[in-house]
Design a protein around this ligand. Structure first.
Ligand SMILES: *Cc1c(COP(=O)(O)O)cnc(C)c1O
Length: 376
């Protein structure tokens, strides 16, 4: 959240303009009937903003993870390490390339616990897939260090912390390859959509071809005669999504500033009274969600009821925990991985996640903090 909250005439105008300028909704060709290549422009501006070299727009964040795993060479029987607090999409992408998901737990930062990674690595391990959950950076440098020691790759899932940073670099751009989502709940939205970023030309080339039926988009040939060396699939983004994406991207800085002021206004009254989610040193959050812990069931229920009554709701914790904790995914994971995930479920049990809404003012968040404080 909350890109969808501030969709207005600007996105509408951008989409209308496509129809005024020829109505080409496809990312390739039709040069004579169009004025823009929105998907290509969205990729370019995204790369400029996040200082990432190669950028590929795709149809969703889930597709982005799958394509990135394929580009990294993950095959049937390989293992991919990911975390127990997560979104089901990472597991689905791992399974869809025929690989085996291996779970590590989170710590109180609610991100991957680097200390648990080594015990899961074996000869079959190909990739570590950490997720920057709900706005906060993982210990990504530490994870990359471990991966180098064992000569495995890192795929950063940054669907939930766009604009966040670690050591001055944008999250999603630090590892071998990174992915973003622009679904309707994300910080910026194109309805559905995703992006794959990398510094590695080969990874970009594979991803680009795979997401477009193997097309190399060889400038020497028309599309119908285009060259190909691999088969692919269709995970393309449309021009309408990209036109909206460009406008949303221009609002990112504003969204991040708004998130921060609301987050800090809430924190003001809660800090020192409740335990607040930890953030790694050297990291900057995207302030997407404010998370704190309360072990007492009665106090926790009172706070959650207040959040619901006042119209804030809770984000993922606790209301959608079944979609975000691998202890619940017995339809997709082995019983060994389910059992392993229980430690994470225990940490998440006491967590309360307050969504940061743009339509609520910092003052409202400050008052909310005052009310929450009274329960303690
Ligand atoms: C949203 C999300 C995805 C999937 O993105 P879609 O665009 O909805 O397919 C993947 N990983 C995480 C952590 C997410 O939050």
């Amino acid at each position: 959240m909350p890109g969808f909250e501030i969709i207005n005439h600007k996105e509408k105008k951008a989409v209308n303009k496509i129809f005024e300028n020829g109505g080409v909704l496809f990312a390739h060709g039709f040069e004579k009937s169009r004025k823009n290549f929105h998907v290509r422009e969205f990729e370019k501006t995204f790369g400029k903003k996040l200082k990432s070299k190669y950028n590929l727009a795709v149809s969703s964040g889930t597709a982005a993870i799958k394509i990135a795993l394929k580009a990294l060479g993950v095959k049937s029987g390989d293992e991919v390490i990911t975390q127990a607090f997560n979104f089901i999409a990472t597991i689905e992408a791992i399974l869809d390339v025929g690989a085996i998901p291996r779970i590590v737990n989170i710590d109180k930062s609610l991100n991957m616990n680097p200390e648990e990674i080594k015990s899961v690595i074996n000869k079959k391990t190909k990739v570590i897939l950490p997720v920057h959950m709900l706005g906060v950076s993982a210990e990504i440098k530490e994870i990359i260090k471990i991966s180098k020691k064992y000569k495995i790759k890192v795929l950063e899932d940054n669907c939930e912390a766009i604009g966040g940073k670690y050591s001055g670099k944008y999250l999603g751009t630090l590892a071998d390859i990174g992915v973003f989502s622009f679904d309707f709940g994300k910080t910026i939205t194109t309805g559905e959509g995703g992006m794959i970023v990398t510094k590695n030309k080969k990874l970009d080339k594979y991803s680009r071809e795979y997401h477009d039926h193997g097309h190399e988009n060889n400038p020497k040939f028309p599309r119908g005669k285009d060259t190909k060396t691999i088969y692919g699939f269709n995970y393309r983004m449309t021009e309408m999504q990209a036109a909206v994406g460009k406008v949303q991207l221009s609002k990112l800085k504003y969204i991040l500033n708004c998130n921060k002021s609301r987050f800090l206004s809430l924190k003001k009254n809660i800090a020192g009274i409740f335990e607040i989610r930890k953030e790694p040193n050297k990291s900057i959050s995207s302030y997407d969600t404010f998370i704190f812990f309360e072990e007492d069931n009665k106090i926790r229920s009172k706070i959650i009821n207040l959040l619901k009554k006042e119209g804030y709701g809770t984000k993922n914790l606790p209301d959608a925990i079944e979609w975000h904790c691998s202890a619940f995914w017995d339809h997709a994971l082995s019983s060994k991985e389910i059992k392993k995930s229980i430690k994470t479920k225990e940490i998440l049990k006491n967590a309360i996640a307050v969504p940061i809404w743009l339509k609520r003012t910092p003052k409202e968040y400050e008052n909310l903090g005052k009310k929450i404080k009274k329960f303690k």
